[in-house]
Design a protein around this ligand. Structure first.
Ligand code: ADP
Ligand code: ASP
Ligand code: MG
Length: 407
């Protein structure tokens, strides 16, 4: 019988120190049975990536993105080599590789590069030699041999993309919680583990801030229909299966609540209310590469209007420069910004069939005296932008009112 390939990914907390690396080594040796080949993807140890990022910002306010990728990709090189050493110490065969060495070719968009192809040749060769293959997550290489990274949380993407390229039978994501929960268990300890969740719902939750999976990795999983098992690296419990459809005949209205404090708001005041102005503003901002999310334009009674929009906090500086430049050009007023905002969202594919979810969400925030600054919706989610300091309270209240503890 042909051997099948299993891809397992261990996140930062799972390899945070030497003892944990040894524990992961034991676990992967156990899971390499006679009939499978094992490819393991690792993140950097603990908070290494944050720490090295801080170092760069201590040197420069605006470090060049190519150099950031050189720097940020180093954390994974340490953890994958240490894990290979730990496996060998247990008397088993292993080899570690960087993204470059296994042929993960990306485009040139440094800090958020897209994977174009994976050759995987060295992986197949090493597997044929009976080795456990350990790959540094979160990184690739351009056609010019420059190192790139795949966006924060990008080791999830490395794992899913490898599962696709290698035609793996299973893709398991090992993390510090037992699966995907109805909301972040760090905010609501009584949150419930979800047994199965669809790609669509997981993609929405991840895009709206559920850190447990990187959103882009779910896009790839959905595109190629690769089921993912999210589970704990500290226990043997079954986790959450992320799949195309669940076996529930009708979906419940709300599956989960998310919050995201990684965005900032820019407001351009007193914008002339004329055709083509919004196009000019967002063309200028998009030139910087900043990703604009919720946009709100007020109705104008005076031929002047305010336009607000959100961007990721780490892209605020460049978006703000662009907004100020265009504001001058179109004779608009002041440009304001606010870093202390949060997006709180309710997500569920059952929303397509249930009504009154928005009303219930707004009532709950009102009862808790939380002011809504901006609102946006998709087919399966409703989001409110509120003050950052009120995010945890909003999540707790919404989790309760939508009865997610009872799932
Ligand atoms: P890793 O280092 O394994 O990649 P992450 O820190 O990226 O782990 O993601 C796991 C964390 O995601 C959990 O510790 C949890 O606090 C957070 N999280 C946020 N939302 C959710 C959710 N809905 N379900 C599970 N975990 C969540
Ligand atoms: N180490 C990278 C990060 O912290 C990638 C990952 O952990 O998935 O974003
Ligand atoms: Mg992660």
């Amino acid at each position: 019988m042909d051997k099948y390939i299993v891809v397992q990914k261990f996140g930062g907390s799972s390899v945070a120190n030497i003892d944990r690396i040894k524990a992961v080594a034991k676990r992967i040796v156990e899971s390499k049975t006679k009939n499978n080949h094992l490819v393991v993807v690792v993140s950097a140890m603990g908070d290494t990536t944050d720490e090295i990022e801080e170092m760069a910002y201590a040197v420069s306010k605006n470090p060049p993105e190519r150099e950031m990728d050189m720097l940020m990709s180093t954390g994974e090189q340490i953890s994958c080599a240490l894990l290979a050493i730990a496996v060998k110490e247990l008397g088993h065969k292993a080899i570690s590789f960087t993204g470059n060495q296994v042929g993960i070719r990306t485009d040139k968009s440094h800090t958020k590069a897209r994977i174009e192809t994976i050759s995987g040749q060295r992986i197949h060769q090493a597997l044929a030699e009976g080795k456990i293959v350990i790959v540094a997550g979160y990184q690739g290489v351009t056609e010019d041999n420059d190192i790139t990274t795949l966006g924060r949380g990008g080791s999830d993407l490395t794992a899913v993309a490898l599962a696709q390229a290698l035609k793996a039978r299973v893709c398991e994501i090992f993390t510090d919680v037992e699966g995907v929960y109805t909301t972040d268990p760090r905010i609501v300890p009584s949150a419930k583990k979800i047994k199965t969740i669809t790609f669509d719902e997981m993609l929405e939750m991840a895009s709206l801030g559920a850190q447990v999976m990187q959103a882009r990795s779910i896009e790839v999983a959905k595109k190629y229909n690769i089921p993912i098992h999210v589970r704990s690296s500290f226990s043997k419990e079954e986790g959450t299966m992320i799949v195309e459809t669940t076996d529930k005949i009708e979906s419940i209205a709300v599956t989960g609540i998310t919050s995201n404090t990684k965005e900032a708001k820019i407001t351009i005041c007193a914008v002339p209310d004329q055709p083509g102005i919004a196009a000019q503003i967002f063309t200028e901002v998009s030139k910087t590469g900043a990703v604009v999310d919720t946009i709100v334009q007020n109705v104008s009674h005076t031929k002047l209007t305010d336009i607000s929009f959100t961007v990721p906090k780490n892209e605020l500086a460049k978006a703000l420069t662009a907004a100020k430049k265009i504001a001058r050009k179109i004779n608009a007023g002041e440009v304001l910004h606010d870093k202390n905002i949060a997006r709180v969202s309710v997500v569920g594919s059952g929303m397509r069939a249930h009504h009154g979810i928005a009303a219930k969400m707004f009532q709950t925030l009102a009862k808790n005296k939380i002011n809504i600054d901006m609102i946006s919706t998709s087919e399966i989610s409703i989001s409110c932008i509120i003050k950052e300091t009120e995010a945890a309270n909003a999540v707790k209240a919404l989790h309760k009112v939508f009865e997610l503890e009872r799932i």
